[in-house]
Design a protein around this ligand. Structure first.
Ligand code: FE2
Length: 364
């Protein structure tokens, strides 16, 4: 087997550029059960921005806002609305990760730099991917602080109960018509990922909305990046709607794993998170399609959770509505019971649900 030139330990963090980081941080604390663990801003000597670091089990989100009208962050928010800027990858060697990918054609975002504070040192480097999104390589083996040098540990007076979100399962990118294969090749050639699965029209088109999708994964399978592009349909596809409002390719959804989706989703609902709705008749067909599972069908139906099966097992999943006013980024909650796939059997029901929402927004 070929040596993996880009070994990755997992997702290090996801950084969102937002209009109001103080309130976004509270949204993820209150609604999604994250702990506020670190902060950087004027009080810590950072003059141009404020960043809040939120953690739950292995998931780390950073929400960052600009303190000035003219900055890269402010421009990003103006153009895209709130969205994902950084999909950061945890590596053993951020310098080697940078060199190996740049020599294969990656566009550098910033060269390796070492940051130090009283907790040790971190090496960071970054390359561009689709749209304005970047991958930052984070080498933290010599660091004991809560996040990165420059961030101060924080203990919030608000201590939300964890809702059982465990780790990032996959992060999906939407790219322009005709660009999916370009980005699949980028991940294959530049980052050494391999193609896991392909979805085309026959899998995922409804009367109106169609898309093509390919999933790439790194060597150990910890990182999975599906890439979607719009396909011809009768009316505007959900990917086109995203591109119209995000104004460029970008992250469409982040899937987060839980061990108990019924509990997790009921907590999210209580806290005000909105989900896509599938009609009751979905459950009449799915019971036949999926067969025996450990969960109570009534509870799954009550929470509107979707089920799919592949050769290795089954999975339970549900999708939030967009988490900002533009119909762009949303989250998926997923519980895997052996299945390594992405819920292909649910695409039709899901897309019909998305189309109902698009119709309400006047974007179909
Ligand atoms: Fe997904």
């Amino acid at each position: 087997m070929k040596q993996d030139f880009l070994p990755i330990n997992g997702t290090d963090h996801v950084e969102f550029y937002v209009g109001n980081a103080k309130q976004a941080a509270l949204y993820y604390q209150h609604c999604f059960g994250f702990d506020l663990v670190a902060y950087a801003g004027p009080e810590t000597g950072v003059r141009d921005r404020a960043s809040y670091v939120l953690q739950q089990n292995k998931i780390r989100f950073v929400v960052t806002t600009s303190l000035q009208p003219t900055s890269e962050i402010a421009e990003h928010v103006k153009k895209h609305g709130d969205g994902v800027k950084v999909l950061a990858l945890w590596v053993e060697d951020a310098t080697k990760s940078f060199n190996e990918t740049v020599v294969r054609g990656a566009h550098p975002a910033f060269a390796p730099q070492t940051l130090r504070d009283e907790f040790g040192e971190v090496v960071l480097s970054a390359i561009h991917t689709y749209g304005e999104t970047i991958h930052t390589f984070v080498e933290r083996k010599n660091y004991k602080g809560p996040f990165l040098p420059g961030y101060k540990p924080v203990k919030s007076t608000f201590q939300p109960k964890s809702i059982g979100l465990k780790h990032v399962d996959h992060c999906v990118g939407n790219v322009e018509l005709g660009k999916m294969n370009h980005w699949v090749e980028f991940y294959e050639k530049v980052m050494g990922f391999s193609l896991l699965v392909t979805f085309d029209d026959s899998d995922i088109s409804t009367e109106y909305s169609a898309l093509m999708s390919k999933v790439v994964s790194n060597g150990n399978g910890y990182i999975k990046f599906p890439i979607n592009e719009p396909a011809e349909g009768k009316k505007k596809s959900q990917i086109e709607e995203y591109l119209d409002f995000y104004k460029s390719p970008g992250v469409q959804h982040i899937a987060i794993a839980t061990d108990d989706i019924i509990q997790t989703v009921s907590e999210l609902r209580k806290r005000g998170v909105e989900f896509l709705y599938v009609p009751d008749n979905y459950y009449e067909d799915v019971i036949k399609r999926v067969g025996k599972i450990n969960e109570d069908w009534k509870e799954l139906k009550a929470q509107n959770i979707l089920i799919d099966r592949d050769e290795e097992g089954y999975l339970l999943q549900i999708f939030t509505k967009p988490v900002q006013d533009r119909p762009t980024l949303f989250f998926e909650i997923i519980e895997r019971n052996g299945a390594k796939s992405f819920g292909k059997g649910n695409f039709k029901a899901l897309f019909e649900s998305i189309e109902r929402e698009q119709e309400l927004r006047g974007n179909l």
